[in-house]
Every structure is written in C-alpha cells, then in structure tokens.
Write a protein that binds this ligand. Structure first.
Ligand SMILES: Nc1ncnc2c1ncn2[C@@H]1O[C@H](COP(=O)(O)OP(=O)(O)OP(=O)(O)O)[C@@H](O)[C@H]1O
Ligand SMILES: [Mg+2]
Length: 540
C-alpha cells in the first residue's frame, strides 16, 4: 500500500514576505526611475566617477562635450583637460575641499571633442565621504557665456573709464543723495581729490566749488530735463575761470542720479569777445572817422577865420591901419573898444576850443588809417623805458597821479629781438596804457597797497608780447568789455575823452597787425597785453 504523506506548512508568513519584497522592489525601481529621469532631464551635466574614471554620464554632459556616452565611459577625466597641470590642480583642489567640507567646487576649462574649450563650474560630492573609492558624483555647468559676459562687462567698464578720462571736461556722476558714483581724471585734477577718495562722498565734501550746483542737480532730477548754466569758478590761486555747467539727469532701474559736466570756456569766450570787439571797433571806428572827415572842413574854416579875425583886430599891421584910417577911426581906438568888451579873449577862446576839437578829429581820423608811417625796428623794452621816463618827467599837478610815486617792477625777457613798428605810435600806446594805470591806482582808496606797475616783455612764437600790469582797483566785467570802444570812459565829463585805449587798439591791431587784450580782476588789478608780430604787419 502506498501511502500519502501530506505535509502541511503554514505559508502565510512566506506570502507576506514575498509581497513585501515585491513592494520594496517596486519602490526601488520607482525611485531609481525617478533618479534616472532627473539624471536625464537636469539642465546640468551630471556624472559618476571612480578614481576620476567615468562610470556614468548623463545626456546633457555628453551634449555639452560633444562626445557619445560610450566615448567617455571607462575613460579617465584627464581626456577633458587642456593640460596635465590643470587636471592635477583640479584634483588637488577638489579633494582638498571635499576633505574639509564634504563637497568641492572649482572653475576649470574643459576641451570638447571638436577641440573648442569651455569654462566649467564643477561640483563634486563623494557617495561616502569617508571612502572616495565608492565613487564621486559631479555636476558640470557650462559657464562660458557667463564668464564672457563678465569679461565683456569688465572691458566695457574700463573702456568707459578711459573714455571719460580722456575727455577734457570735468565729469562727475552723483546719485540722488549727491554722492559721487563716477569721477573722471578732469575732476580729480580740478579738485585735487583722487578718484579712490571721491567715490561715495558727497559733492560739497570733495568739490566745494560745486556746492551751489546741487540745486541744479535736484532740478534736473525733478524735471528730468537737462540743466545748463554759465558760472564763474574761482580757482584756489589761479585766475577767474568761466565755466559752463551742464547737468544731465540719469534714470536707470528707478535709481536716479545725475552727471555733471564742467567745461572751462574762458578761452573760447575771450576769443568770441575779441571777435565781436574787433567787428564793433571797425564799425564804430569807421563811423567816427567818417564823421571826423565831415567835421574837418567846417572846423578848418572856423579856425582859419578866427585866426584872421584876431590878426586883423589885435595886431599892428599896415593893412589894419590903412583900413582904420579909411574908416575915420584910429586902430588904437578900435583895439581899446574891443579890449573893453572882451572880444579878443572870446576869439582866443574860440581858437583854443577849435584846436582841441581839431586834435580830437585828428585822433578820430587815425581810426581809418590802415598803415603806419615810417617803420623802424625797435626794442620794445627799451621803448617802454623811454616812455616811463617821459611819463615821469611830464608831471602836471592838475593830473591825479604822480608817476614818481609808483614802484616799477621790470621783467624783461633777455632774448627778445627788435620788432618792426612805428616808434612814435607804439610809444603813444604805451603812454596811454601807463597813464590809465597810474590814474586808476591813484583813484583807488588811498593806498592800502603801494601802487606798482609790472612791465613784462616776452617772446611768444612769432610775436613779442608786452604786458603792462597795475595793482589798481581793476574793472568789473561790464567795463572791461567796453574799454576799447571809442568814447567809452568812466571819468567825469570833461576829464577824459574815452579815446585813449581805442586809439591804442587801432594802432596795434590795424596799423601793426598785432593784438591788444585786457584782463582784470576787481580788487587786484589790470593787465594790458600788446602783441606785435616779429615779421611786421600782415601776420594774422
Ligand atoms: N588800468 C586801468 N584800471 C582800471 N580801469 C581802467 C584802466 N585802464 C582803463 N580803464 C577804464 O577804461 C576807460 C577807458 O579808457 P580810455 O583810456 O580809453 O579813456 P579815458 O582814459 O577815460 O580817457 P582818455 O584816455 O581819452 O583821456 C577808463 O575811463 C577807465 O574806466
Ligand atoms: Mg586814457
């Protein structure tokens, strides 16, 4: 008989275990799939290395490098580095950081399959920090564009700096609070504050002369429009400079500020003034000369007839006697009558006034004379000395000044050649200027300063320049601009004709082809500069 052995086993546990295992496997597969999809989809290169040999690489890394995955797997990462040195450095640096922080990040260069190089930000983390041989995962980010953008930014910044530095203007940028954000070389030179010290400080601290301009900056910011003005900026020791100020409002990302530009326009304005001046002088001078011509003929008739009338009434001439006898009266009786009535005195008065008028007319006529008389060459320093001596000897108590009380400082260039000119005319110019200076210095509040002239000669290229400088009261701008105009005078009626400087101007510019300018500071003094061409008339 065969029997049957029945074995009964409780399999409940077994089933449960299997179910759990299947579930764990499913979970594992799920999370692995999850990781794989991250691995594939991440926008960064990701890989795994054992001893720097590629074990796994993602699609992105391959695309970044231009290799297929199987061209990388199993190979040493050395293949990507442009040099051994770079490969070694990255290894050392990264493992040093891993040891210290558990993870390491470096910037390096990799070479793609096609030979081009890219900048890479490489971060590595070991699976087990205590055992690197278990593998290290890494991410690699292509930062070539970012680095290039940074370099471009640096390049642009230095370009901007060199552009603003190469400008002759002073350029200062400020933020809304008036703190400096840009400062060019012109600003540094003009304020004496280097750029490192200016950044971040307020404008009044670093450029006190611009204190008043803050208002303009605010106006530009508030209105969003460009603000412009011309002001006078006084240097610490230098002369007054005319400066154009322009404030440009800046608005970027809501952070507003302004750029202030300063341009020294002193030379340009002086040049324009000179041009306007010579235009005006030519027209006014021409007018005066034309009038002088018209006045000259009747004046000559007046003078001649007055002279005759005097001769025929006061002098004992045979013709006078004959005429008196024929009229039945003695010459003595006629003279007695006329003296009693003061007629000869009146006639002499007419003659005197007529002569003064003739002198004036003669002066006015010089405006139309284009060329000087006899040219000779003369040493201007020597001529200046002669003129000073003449002015000193010509002391007249009715005048307001005494030349002998004026100190004279001489500063003559040793190497100035003689200049072709009409000696007496140039001497007249010097005398006019010296007389004006002397009058000005004396008229000033009695002397807190000793009156002094500085007489200077200089060779200036094709010119010889003579400066006559006084330490008188100077002139305000409105006067300075008009001194060369015919008939412009600030003296009382009757004590100056206002022709001295205009005649001088014509002699120098029209008759000698030179130039004559004036600089003056109220309270300090005045300098007249006369330039004469070495080559004689006709040099522009
Ligand atoms: N060195 C100076 N300092 C201050 N003001 C001056 C000086 N030189 C000239 N001026 C001013 O210029 C004006 C014109 O001078 P300009 O010599 O042409 O005429 P004037 O001296 O007034 O008269 P004139 O010379 O015909 O007697 C003067 O009235 C004076 O106001
Ligand atoms: Mg004068």
């Amino acid at each position: 008989m065969t029997g049957v052995v029945l074995v009964f086993r409780d399999v409940t546990d077994q089933y449960r275990e299997q179910a759990q295992r299947r579930q764990a496997e499913r979970a594992l597969r799920g999370s692995e799939a999850h990781l794989r999809s991250i691995f594939r989809a991440a926008p960064t290169g990701i890989g795994l290395v054992y001893n720097r040999v590629f074990e796994e690489v993602n699609e992105r890394l391959c695309r970044m490098l231009g290799y297929q995955a199987d061209e990388l797997l199993g190979r040493n990462a050395r293949m990507l580095y442009p040099s051994d040195a770079e490969y070694d450095w990255v290894g050392r640096e990264k493992y040093r950081q891993i040891e210290q922080f558990g993870t390491g990040t470096v910037e390096t260069r990799w070479r793609r399959k096609d030979g081009t190089e890219i900048e890479v930000l490489l971060s590595s983390t070991p699976l087990d920090p205590t055992d690197l041989s278990l593998g290290v995962t890494f991410t690699a980010l292509d930062i070539t564009d970012r680095i290039q953008a940074l370099e471009e930014l640096k390049r642009l910044r230095s370009l901007l700096t060199s552009i603003i530095d190469s400008m002759p203007s002073v350029l200062v940028a400020v933020d809304r609070d008036g703190r400096v954000t840009a400062w060019n070389r012109g600003a540094a030179e003009s304020s004496g504050v280097p750029v490192e010290q200016a950044s971040g400080r307020t404008l009044p601290e670093v450029f006190p002369q611009l204190d008043a301009e803050l208002e303009r900056v605010r106006a530009a910011l508030a209105s969003g429009s460009i603000q412009q003005a011309r002001t006078i900026i006084e240097g610490t020791d230098g002369p007054v400079r005319l400066t154009d100020i322009t404030v440009y409002p800046l608005a970027e990302n809501g952070v507003a500020g302004a750029v202030i530009r300063l341009d020294d326009v002193t030379e340009r304005v002086r040049m324009e003034e000179r041009m306007i001046q010579s235009e005006k002088m030519l027209s006014v001078g021409g007018l005066a000369a034309g009038m002088a011509h018209e006045v000259n003929n009747p004046l000559a008739a007046i003078l001649q007839n007055v002279q005759n009338a005097l001769r025929r009434t006061t002098e004992d001439l045979p013709a006078n006697r004959q005429a008196a006898e024929a009229a039945g009266i003695s010459l003595e009786a006629i003279q007695d009558y006329l003296e009693r009535r003061g007629v000869p005195r009146m006639l002499r008065g007419v003659l005197e006034s007529g002569r003064r008028a003739a002198e004036l007319v003669e002066n006015m006529l010089s405006f139309s004379r284009k060329s000087p008389g006899a040219l000779s060459t003369c040493d201007l320093a020597e001529l200046l000395e002669k003129t000073v001596a003449l002015a000193a000897s010509d002391y007249d108590p009715s005048k307001q000044y005494d030349f002998r009380h004026i100190r004279i400082v001489r500063d003559y260039a040793a190497d100035c050649p003689p200049v072709p000119c009409e000696r007496s005319k140039i001497q007249q110019v010097f005398l006019n200027v010296l007389k004006n200076g002397a009058e000005a210095m004396m008229a000033r509040e009695q002397s807190e300063r000793e009156p002094a002239f500085v007489l200077r000669t200089r060779c200036d290229g094709p010119w010889v320049r003579v400066d006559i400088e006084d330490n008188g009261p100077g002139m305000p701008e409105e006067v300075r601009r008009r001194v060369f105009e015919p008939f412009f005078t600030t003296r009382e009626v009757g004590s100056g004709t206002g022709l001295g400087l205009s005649i001088s101007y014509f002699i120098v510019t029209q008759q000698h082809g030179g130039s004559m300018t004036v600089d003056s500071t109220v309270g300090k003094g005045t300098v007249f500069s006369i330039l004469l061409p070495l080559a004689g008339r006709g040099i522009p």
